[in-house]
Design a protein around this ligand. Structure first.
Ligand code: 87F
Length: 691
């Protein structure tokens, strides 16, 4: 780096320069905030936009700096409006950021264009959304400081002084003028879907996932970003999860209920610590018809503050406890991270359970019982292995005392995925909401509470674990059709007789309580049907052709391992057992794949090596929050993950965070050190990049 070319070396220089240009700013100093997700946690003045800064580069090394509102989903089509091709654009790498801006990843900002002495940044693209805000939150060169300045000052004082060009433009595809073109593409896509097999291998993971969920007819796209249609094939899976989990919690005397989805602002704000980090995600209803509501209503992002005022009324004496309720609902959280169907969506389905107890011991026991149920849902239904653990202080639900979790690891990319959480809330909420009772000694006491949730994300984990190059592979217990019967019509076969046989077999299987479908459509070939039901992941296909008809047999083809064999009609009662075997084999295979993604490390070098090989890492740890934060920051900076951009969106940061401290773990002895800071280790913790 040639320092002579740097005009704005650091934040001091930058702030001085702003003052020199007569620009007013409000300044905030803080810890490094390398990603937009970190930035939004810093409190700004009302009416200030959090700006994400993206540096793109084309094949001819022209650079484009995009300043977008943090909630804007930056699409692709706006490049066309600029006369450019999105296919040529790549998010710039570390070296390129250094070349153009003399800056680094996590430190891209418009002030750094002052250092672009070779005039590499050809254009600055400003999100039209930003014109709606009073001020913009931007880093003056370094991400340990944020200034709030007006867009007008940025354009007409700062960029003007540097003689830099900029364009203000709509960055979202939905609103762009090319909407029609996009629609056409979608239509073409739709036609492809109907005719072609899966064209992408699982090794091309995120593309593969997008294709599988559509070809398996789980998901249809919808024109509100982050929201998806769950088609019957997917909704059936959710119903199976509901049935299974409902049966489990019924034994625990949990009762199903329904609470309203709207909540008043004053209730949402009541429990500050719990809601502060989440505020930006709350969606509001502000109008009815043409009129404004007097008081806007929040749409439930979770129901603590909706339920607990009622709990306070219902709990009077120790005889009213335990109180245990659950509800199956939708939830809205207006996330701005890139959405992924099932995994991260703005509206999702879940169950949320809330209990209140007279003793701490009872509440703690409840937390772990539910955690075991979650493990069972994943293992017994979805054949997905999970790791039970406790969240660290910084990752726990801030409103509670401790958070337990079931975590899984997606084998393809080694990313951690939180499967469900069960919280011990202590007395935090009961004190806030006056949920108290007279104990058996006539003393007033606050209830001990728990809450726990499992979402449709679990379906995403299942798809990712079991799917293969041919499409979805369903574990038998959640498959809408466990068995599909396909007649193989042949020129010298009596079609009527074949059909009768198929129907007869179908009835036999229904009697065994199997979910079976006979695909006797005559406008599709057997080959087409094989392909179709393979894509949809049906665990077993029964083929019945001339040979089978004659020999009173069926041909069995197992989806998950493609095993093929004949069985006699009188042996069809084995199918239940065969399906169980398939479940077990899928689960065992998944366990091996998960375990291969867990590595140990004793020092930083080993840690980063494992992380960059897409593994999670189990380490000895001191349990200090400061150490945790340092690992997060450092691993982000040193990350070499190439997979972190999708559609030009920085999908995930490359930094590793703690997934959980596994419940099952070896004892740590005196003198054993934290892998990172060399202080006395307390427990093992699992680190990883995560969804
Ligand atoms: C988003 C907006 C507002 C998560 C939010 O995990 C509030 C929240 O409280 C919020 N996102 N959370 C934490 C939810 C905690 C807890 N609630 C019951 C669960 C399980 C079910």
């Amino acid at each position: 780096m040639d320092n002579n070319n740097i005009l704005l070396q650091n934040k001091q220089a930058c702030l001085e320069y702003l003052t020199k240009l007569g620009i007013n700013y409000i300044v905030h100093h803080h810890d490094p905030v390398p990603t937009i997700n970190d930035v939004v946690k810093i409190q700004m003045t009302d009416g200030t936009a959090y700006v994400k800064n993206l540096l793109y580069v084309d094949k001819k090394s022209n650079y484009y700096l995009i300043l977008a509102n943090h909630t804007t989903q930056v699409g692709k089509l706006f490049w066309k409006t600029l006369g450019l091709s999105s296919g040529n654009m790549r998010l710039s790498k570390e070296e390129q950021i250094s070349e153009a801006l003399k800056s680094s990843k996590g430190n891209v900002n418009p002030f750094a264009v002052a250092n672009d002495s070779n005039n590499l940044v050809k254009n600055i693209i400003i999100d039209e959304e930003l014109t709606k805000f009073k001020k913009l939150a931007l880093h003056p060169i370094e991400n340990t400081t944020t200034v709030e300045i007006s867009l007008d000052d940025l354009q007409n004082k700062f960029l003007k002084a540097l003689n830099k060009q900029y364009t203000v433009i709509q960055l979202t595809d939905e609103a762009s003028e090319q909407q029609l073109e996009y629609q056409k593409e979608l239509q073409k896509d739709q036609q492809n879907l109907q005719t072609l097999a899966i064209t992408i291998k699982k090794s091309d993971f995120s593309e593969w996932y997008q294709q599988v969920i559509r070809k398996a007819e789980l998901i249809e796209y919808y024109d509100v970003s982050g929201c998806y249609i769950l088609r019957p094939w997917a909704y059936f899976i959710w119903e199976q999860i509901q049935r299974y989990f409902d049966d489990l919690i019924r034994i625990e005397d949990v009762e199903n209920t329904y609470f309203p989805m709207f909540l008043q602002a004053k209730h949402l704000n009541k429990e500050k610590t719990h809601v502060d980090g989440f505020k930006a995600e709350v969606a509001w209803v502000t109008k009815y018809g043409e009129s404004d509501l007097n008081e806007p209503l929040a749409i439930r992002p979770t129901s603590e503050t909706i339920m607990y005022p009622a709990f306070a009324k219902w709990v009077q004496s120790h005889r009213d406890l335990p109180l245990k309720v659950n509800q199956w609902t939708n939830i809205v959280r207006w996330e701005f991270k890139y959405p992924t169907p099932f995994i991260r969506t703005r509206e999702f389905l879940w169950q949320e359970g809330h209990t209140a107890h007279s003793t701490k011991e009872e509440a703690v026991k409840q937390v772990y019982t539910i955690l075991d149920f979650y493990e069972q849902v994943y293992g017994e239904l979805l054949a997905v292995p999970v790791i039970k653990g406790i969240k660290t202080e910084s990752e726990k639900f801030a409103g509670g005392d401790f958070t337990t979790t079931v975590e899984t690891i997606i084998p393809q990319n080694g990313r951690g995925l939180q499967g469900a959480t069960s919280h011990h809330l202590g007395q935090n909420f009961s004190k806030m909401f006056e949920i108290n009772f007279e104990d058996d000694k006539k003393q007033k006491a606050y209830a001990w509470q728990t809450s726990w949730g499992l979402t449709t994300r679990s379906i995403g984990a299942m798809i990712m674990f079991h799917g293969d190059d041919k499409g979805l592979v369903l574990p038998p217990r959640i498959a809408k059709y466990q068995i599909v019967i396909i007649p193989i019509i042949h020129k010298d076969i009596d079609e009527k007789q074949l059909n009768e046989r198929c129907e007869q077999i179908k009835q036999m299987l229904i009697k065994q309580k199997l979910r079976v479908h006979l695909d006797n459509r005559d406008n599709y070939s057997p080959g087409w049907k094989f392909n179709k039901w393979e894509q949809k992941g049906v665990p077993i296909r029964l083929e019945i052709g001339p040979g089978e008809l004659k020999n009173n047999e069926v041909r069995v083809v197992q989806r998950f391992d493609n095993k093929k064999y004949q069985i006699k009609i009188e042996e069809l009662n084995q199918l239940n057992q065969i399906l169980d075997n398939i479940h077990n084999a899928m689960f065992e295979k998944a366990k091996i794949e998960l375990n291969q993604r867990i590595k140990q490390a004793d020092n930083w070098k080993e840690f980063m090596t494992q992380l960059n090989q897409r593994n999670t890492i189990l380490t000895k740890w001191c349990e200090r929050q400061q150490c945790e934060q340092q690992v997060k920051d450092k691993s982000g900076m040193e990350s070499k993950e190439k997979d972190s951009e999708i559609d030009g969106q920085v999908q995930l940061t490359g930094s590793a965070k703690t997934l959980c401290m596994p419940l099952k773990q070896d004892e740590i002895k005196d003198g054993e050190k934290c892998f990172h800071c060399d202080q006395q280790a307390k427990r093992y913790v699992l680190w990883g990049r995560s969804y």
